[in-house]
Design a protein around this ligand. Sequence first.
Ligand SMILES: Cc1ncc(COP(=O)(O)O)c(C=O)c1O
Length: 390
Amino acid sequence: MKRNPERMKQLSPYFFARLSQRLAEMKAQGRDVIRLDEGSPDMPPAAHIIKALNESAIHSDHHGYQSHRGTPDLRQAWVGLYQRLYGINLDPDQHIIPLLGSKEGIFHLSLAMLNPSDIVLVPDPGYITYTRGALFVGADVYRMPLLKENGFLPDLQAIPSEVINKTSLMWLNYPNNPTASLADQSFFDQVIVFAKQNDILVCHDAAYTQVTYNGQPAPSLLSSPGALDVALEFNSLSKSHNMAGWRTAAALGNPDALQALFSLKTNADSSLFRPIIDASIAALEGDQNWIQERNAIYRQRSDLVVASLLQMGIKADLPSASMYVWASVPQGWKSMDFAAQLLEKTGVSLTPGVVFGEYGEGYMRIALTASIERAQVAMDRMGEWMGSWH
Ligand SMILES: Cc1ncc(COP(=O)(O)O)c(C=O)c1O
């Protein structure tokens, strides 16, 4: 078959797709693999969410296509979340559309909003879908370095004016994957001013705003004055409510940008399964106390992982949020080689920092998605392997 469209050349194999293949081979050989690579929560959602899914599925009329806007109750539930967490009043008919997980929304937004000559500002290191969406439509990507000395925030002043002049879209993500860092509201306020001054749509990926360790949700970009004029926020139940496989999320904010995304999506998908809509409402409106308990478990795991890494002589900070530890790779190693050798020698799988961009080199990301017992085994194996070097 001789079909090779130009735009597909932008999509080099997804790291996790290749890794899954290697992990499957290792498992087939009987190796005990511990996955600390992908950000897929290992714990289930609360029982009332699963109950809502089951109860909805029993209805004979819940199996057809749904409106592309989801049900009014679903939109109201998202609006309710923003009201409860941030005191923001959104309009359920203008300021939100449901998504089949935030990844498709993030990718499709580029298709809906960008021209080939546009520049897109992406954080580096960062979630790769921002870049892939931009490249797919032929736009150019300008990488904003996230450096430890700047608290892993981009330096807006450092972006050259000739880049800014051609920029139509900017991506941010706090709590940040992979660096586990937070942004405060005053940073978001500056971003909105910057976006308004330069006529940029700013998109905040808020997937981890409820995975925090201080008992408070992380700030929303939509709380900043004027945000609805220039900003979208992508929120998701994948991490906040342990529903990664369910594919339920939302884009919230600027009505014009949402309308463009909506038009594209009416051509690309056919909305969520009704029982997932009903379970999402249960997730958003039901008891939320379990989220704190879940976060406390991530916290225990991160304490264990960071203490173990420090003992091995590896630099790592305790995360304030997200479900990752962002640690330095041992001196003399490239992150890809270190992760590959660690996997082959010990069966422990983590993500090399360079997968998230060139500024991720020198780091590795450890996902807190294994039980504390398995995380301990993983750290023991890593320590033993590193001990054997001397
Ligand atoms: C920063 C970030 N954004 C978005 C996503 C996608 O989440 P989902 O499509 O499950 O909502 C992920 C998943 O790992 C992520 O880490």
